[in-house]
Design a protein around this ligand. Structure first.
Ligand code: GAR
Length: 332
């Protein structure tokens, strides 16, 4: 493993067979996920085979009882475990319990879920357009494969998405379509969906890690620790109102944040620039930001509008600049 890569410590939460957990174990053991470490497995059931898989590979494994009316207690224990094991990313892989919105909000873009149905990119909405152009309903909740069969669909699939307070919704990392064959039962279809998921879950963790690691490629060493801490808190807060990934960099003593908007082929820009950074120094900051956000368009610094008032009242010693689209978003 490259020594400069930050470790991504994973907790996988299961309730059953754990074949997707196994896919992650295998990928890590075969060096397909450099930088990732399986630090903890939690099961909501004592008899989940996923626990055996974890123990076989010497991964700390915990059975966390979670029956009806036990959610608050179970969440408090989960939180304590995630802190104790210094977890960076929680993977819900066949975890059949629902976290409360208050719990989820503590982990923006840090919990991913494997859902055996197709969700649109934003993870919201009631329909999905498949690769052959047909519009199918989005199924959330339980028995989604049976519901796909009952609806007479020709294709279903599975999606890995970031978890938000709404059930089975949130920005999509990866999805894979699976054709439904004549004569399929819930069991035969589930078997094929799982086959697809075993690659999907590994690809999704990789994509998440690569996104996070982009920040690490930039030199944050000159950024005071206290500022960096505030930036992280700020990013987390912003991430709740964003559909696309927020990126941030610290260059030339300046901090810049932005988010590429593929619909408008534009960069939704929120930029915090340390006091009056000369315009010629703003450009390299913006260009690095564009590279980070994979945005194909050139940057127009004239888009920025200086504002003295920080919308979230963070005590950052910076002037805040943001574009009209951001002003709109903030006032919504
Ligand atoms: C997977 O198919 C996953 O999509 C589904 O449970 C299965 C777990 O399989 N998840 C849900 O239904 C979540 N609501 P596994 O235990 O063999 O990994």
């Amino acid at each position: 493993m490259d020594s400069h890569l930050a470790l991504l410590r994973l907790a996988v939460l299961v309730s059953g067979s754990g074949s997707n957990l196994q896919a992650l174990i295998d990928a890590i053991e075969n060096q397909q996920l450099p930088g990732a470490e399986l630090a903890l497995v939690i099961s909501s059931r004592a008899d989940a085979y996923g626990l055996q898989r974890a123990l076989k590979h010497k991964i700390p494994a915990v059975y966390l009882p979670w029956n009806r009316n036990q959610r608050l207690e179970a969440e408090a224990r989960t939180l304590a475990l995630l802190r104790l094991f210094e977890i960076d990313l929680v993977v819900l892989a066949g975890f059949m319990r629902i976290f409360s919105p208050a719990f989820v909000e503590q982990f923006p873009r840090s919990i991913i879920n494997l859902h055996p149905a197709l969700l649109p990119d934003s993870g919201m909405g009631d329909t999905f357009v498949t690769s052959d152009g047909s519009t199918i309903p989005v199924f959330r909740g339980l028995h989604v494969l049976q519901r796909a069969l009952d609806a007479g669909l020709k294709v279903t699939g599975s999606t890995v998405h970031y978890v938000i307070p709404e059930l089975d919704a949130g920005p999509v990392l990866y999805r894979r379509e699976v054709p439904i064959q004549p004569g399929d039962t819930e069991e035969t279809l589930q078997e094929r969906v799982k086959q697809a998921e075993h690659r999907l879950i590994v690809e999704a963790v990789k994509k998440h890690y690569e996104r996070k690691n982009k920040l690490a490629q930039y030199d944050w060493s000159s950024c005071p620790a206290s500022v960096r801490k505030q930036v992280q808190a700020f990013c987390e807060q912003m991430q709740r109102i964003l559909e696309n990934e927020l990126v941030a960099i610290y260059l030339h003593g300046s901090l810049a944040m932005g988010c590429f908007n593929p619909e408008r082929s534009d960069l939704d820009l929120l930029v915090i620039i340390q006091h009056q950074l000369p315009i010629e120094k703003q450009r390299p900051v913006m260009e690095s930001l564009l590279t980070l956000s994979n945005a194909p368009c050139p940057i127009e610094t004239s888009l920025l509008v200086e504002q003295d008032l920080h919308p979230f009242q963070h005590p950052l010693p910076y002037h805040l600049h943001y574009s009209e689209s951001w002003r709109q978003k903030m006032s919504d």
